[in-house]
Structure formats: structure tokens, C-alpha cells
Design a protein around this ligand. Structure first.
Ligand code: ADP
Length: 163
């Protein structure tokens, strides 16, 4: 039977336990997940594209069903090229909905075959976002249970250097 592939796009600046939770859920539905890291230059990321990919590799690279890749260009093109069945996105709260809805409809306008699957994280991760993590890290708050240990260390290095 043909393998079902999903693309999980995002900035992952940096990867959090919420992202990992979503990948684990996605793997229960799909055979393979391609984590597609967008350069997200407009968002002025804290971690470079290479650093974000490296951290994802350390955290998820051990799973043969997960691939980590750069996504340059349009998501619809990437999805077509990789013959993926769908895109995975997370819905934490109603506030995510409007943006996701707009993006999905735009993607479907460009490619009528575009499908997105929205997954809810475990309740304990619904408040987590990469930006809130960076904010807490900047002021030296505890990141316990929010990010993997390697990410916590790298955040500490980054924010110390800056401060
Ligand atoms: P983007 O810049 O595309 O929003 P992010 O790295 O912030 O990239 O997020 C990628 C995807 O992961 C988005 O669909 C987002 O909703 C989802 N996501 C991020 N954090 C969580 C979380 N704590 N729980 C569930 N989904 C999440």
C-alpha cells in the first residue's frame, strides 16, 4: 500500500514540546512526517535556519519515520513535490483558527487538492508557543516541561550572550 506522508511546516524557532506532541500525534495517522522548516526571515528568528534544523534533528532525528528538511518557496509546491497527502498544523486555541483558516483557503486556491489536518496538542501544551518560550528564556524563567533539555541549554547560551 502507498505510504501516507504529511508535511508539518513551521518556523520551529525553537522546537518545543508542543511541536513534538504534534509530531507524535501525526505519526499515529500518517506513515511518515516531513518537518518542513521555513526560513521565516520576516519573523527575525532567534535561531538561524541551520540551528533550528540541527535542534529538530537532535530531538526527532532518531525516528526513521520523521524527516527534517528546509522549505523554501510555496508550501503547495513543496507538498506536491514530496507527494504528501496533507499538511499538519496545530490548533491551540480559537485565536489560531482565523490565521490557519485563511492560509489553508489560500493554499487551496493555488492547489485545489491541498488538504490540511489540524491536530490539538495535549492540554498541557496548549499555552506553549516558540515566542512565549523565547520571552521566558530572555528573562531567565524556568522552561521545565516546555522544551527538550538540548533546546533549554541552547536558549540559555543565546540569551546569556545577548544579555
Ligand atoms: P509558524 O511560524 O508557521 O506558526 P511555528 O513553529 O510557530 O510556525 O508553528 C508551527 C505549527 O505548530 C503551527 O501549526 C502551530 O500552530 C503549531 N504549534 C506550535 N506550538 C504548538 C503547541 N504548543 N501545540 C500545538 N501546536 C503547536
Amino acid at each position: 500500500m502507498k505510504e501516507k506522508i504529511a508535511v508539518y511546516p513551521g518556523s520551529f524557532d525553537p522546537v518545543t514540546n508542543g511541536h513534538i506532541d504534534l509530531v507524535e500525534r501525526g505519526l499515529r495517522i500518517f506513515d511518515r512526517i516531513i518537518v518542513a522548516v521555513a526560513p521565516s526571515v520576516k519573523k527575525s528568528p532567534l535561531f538561524t535556519l541551520e540551528e533550528r534544523i540541527e535542534l529538530l534533528g537532535e530531538v526527532l532525528g532518531g525516528n526513521a519515520r520523521v524527516e527534517i528538511n528546509v522549505m523554501d518557496g510555496l508550501l503547495v509546491d513543496f507538498v506536491q513535490r514530496r507527494k504528501a497527502a496533507a499538511v499538519i498544523r496545530g490548533l491551540r486555541a480559537v485565536s489560531d483558527f482565523e490565521y490557519e483558516f485563511q492560509m489553508s483557503l489560500m493554499n487551496r486556491k493555488m492547489d485545489p487538492a491541498f488538504e490540511a489536518v489540524f491536530l490539538m496538542p495535549s492540554a498541557r501544551y496548549t499555552y506553549l508557543s516558540s515566542s512565549i518560550i523565547k520571552e521566558v528564556a530572555r528573562f531567565g524563567g524556568s522552561l521545565k516541561d516546555m522544551v527538550p533539555e538540548v533546546v533549554r541549554r541552547r536558549l540559555k547560551e543565546k540569551t546569556n550572550r545577548k544579555g
